[in-house]
Design a protein around this ligand. Structure first.
Ligand SMILES: [Zn+2]
Length: 309
């Protein structure tokens, strides 16, 4: 089985708990994930809303240090992939192809030039906000005047120049539409489900999904209980319900996986990365063609990186 996961919080958790991304008892570890034939994993540095300015930037630096230390010691298992060639080489050697991402443009501490530093560090995707406010605009839990700021406009233009993927998971609706109006590049929702299936502000409306689809972006299916089902008692089958719905909107080349491992409570049937094979089988048992399941689990995200990153 091949897996391309657009979002996990394992790196943040390892920094926060002084743990390890290689070997741990979390949802995701490199040792557990390396069972898969080909595995590309985006490791997000989550910037919680309490962290702003220098604290936010310093949190990233601490996480990068941990990431580098662990990868340098375990080069037989994992490679930090800064570009497409790195990804191709890592998966050819059956190593975890690790892509560094940031969840929250508060990481920039309000300084546009910090984007150059992040690019140098190998960051390839940035989620513009978490749930609250930051210098770029408002997150999903903000209300009123929560669209893009003038700084946010500069950020997304510069991200486009640097080929850093714009991730609008966690954005407020106003911010989403402002971003879509401001740039014409593909937009990604790395870990967001359908709001029609589960009414939650963190999920995408049909209109938003259609915009992402028309731009040939990506939508990563999020496994978090609260974004799968309104009563929060989800099972692995609810992931398929969101996939079914996005497919009914023509999303067969758009949907992929954005697990949210180590950032959320998982539904029944999903323990962590070791459960991905069972989920793959579950899709097959629900009459998904194997080629479509492969597209969702790997090819769609991989092809996006081939084209745009
Ligand atoms: Zn998140």
């Amino acid at each position: 089985m091949k897996l391309f996961d657009l979002h996990c919080d394992t790196l943040y958790r390892a920094v926060d708990e002084n743990g390890s991304i290689i070997d741990n008892n979390y949802h995701l570890s490199v040792l557990k994930g390396n069972r898969y034939d080909k595995w590309v994993q985006c490791f997000a540095v989550w910037i919680p809303d309490e962290y702003r300015k220098d604290e936010a930037f310093n949190l990233f630096k601490r996480a990068k240090l941990k990431f580098d230390e662990e990868i340098n010691k375990n080069q037989d298992l994992i490679i930090h992939c800064k570009n497409l060639d790195d990804i191709i080489n890592a998966i050819k050697d059956n190593k975890c192809a690790a892509v560094l991402t940031v969840e929250g443009s508060a990481v920039l501490a309000g300084e546009l030039n910090n984007l150059d530093y992040l690019k140098k560090c190998g960051v390839r995707m940035i989620t513009l906000t978490w749930n609250g406010w930051c210098e770029a605009g408002g997150g999903a839990l903000t209300t009123e005047k929560n669209g893009i700021t003038s700084f946010g406009k500069e950020v997304i233009r510069k991200m486009t120049e640097l080929s850093i993927v714009i991730d609008i998971s966690h954005a407020s609706d106003n911010l989403f539409f402002d971003v879509a109006n401001e740039v014409d590049v593909p937009i990604v929702a790395s870990h967001s489900n359908s709001r029609t299936v589960c009414n939650n502000k963190r999920n995408l409306t049909d209109e938003q999904f259609n915009i992402i689809k028309s731009r040939e972006g990506l939508v990563g299916l999020n496994f978090a209980n609260i974004f799968l089902r309104e009563n929060k008692k989800a099972s692995a089958y609810d992931i398929i319900k969101h996939a079914d719905y996005f497919l009914s909107l023509g999303g067969e080349k758009i949907i992929c996986i954005g697990t949210d491992f180590d950032g959320a409570d998982m539904p029944e049937g999903i323990l962590g990365i070791e459960s991905m094979e069972n989920l793959y089988e579950l899709f097959l048992r629900h009459n998904y063609k194997e080629s479509l399941v492969e597209d969702i689990f790997f090819n769609n995200a991989f092809n996006f990186f081939l084209k745009f990153v």
